[in-house]
Design a protein around this ligand. Sequence first.
Ligand code: SF4
Ligand code: SF4
Ligand code: FES
Length: 253
Amino acid sequence: MADRELTFEIFRYNPAKPEIKPQMQTYKLKETTGMTIFVALNMIREEQDPSLMFDFVCRAAICGSCAMIINGRPKLACKTLTRSLPKKIKLFPLPVFKLIGDLSVDTGTWFRNLSLKTESWVHTSKTFDPTKQEERMDNKTALEIYEAERCIECGCCIAGCATANIRDEFLGAAGINRVARFMVDPRDERTPEQYFEVVGCEEGAFGCMGLMACDDNCPMELPLQMQLAFVRRKMASIGLGVKQESKVKMGVG
Ligand code: SF4
Ligand code: SF4
Ligand code: FES
């Protein structure tokens, strides 16, 4: 693999300059040891084209800002080694999210809306008392919460999701994972019916086609398949209960 010359074909479009049509631009680069897509993009920007737009912050698969479509799959640029790819590398921005320019998209607004829609905070009637000792939580529950919180909001699961690509309001696996995180939290006092309001619909658990592209594409290897099944099961049982209740109220069934 040493001394390969890589050919990058990169999507270029700046929404601020609509007069220039979207196009693919080609760059050539000598591969170096341990090169990641992130390193390659920086070299291209420094040595060949300062106008190339892409995002990064941490360079360590922590911030989630460098996700893009790499040879057809959503991945983190800072975690993807060029040696794991053929010599020709095609890069596109993530779909679903608002394009800022070239490979840069706005995932922040999307995830902020997700937090608001799913009300991503602990709903409790207790008033916080800083003088009191913290309440204990059993290890199993704490680990379940920790597991769901490993999401870095990169957007890979959303970009690879067929439903999210056709339905703007779909919460996606990241959203359903978020809801699962609060469902298992004993401090959250929301009732099953209140959760049903958020995810018991086509924009939530019932819009999911279950083909698991999210699970395949998550760079943090979150157990999304398990979380989706958990929330779907809960919603189905609440949904059946709600149906039965309304039948009783209506005097049918
Ligand atoms: S399993 Fe559901 S959430 Fe995951 S990619 Fe498929 S439709 Fe999207
Ligand atoms: S669930 Fe995984 S793929 Fe989806 S946003 Fe979080 S870290 Fe990224
Ligand atoms: S730069 Fe932070 S995840 Fe890649």
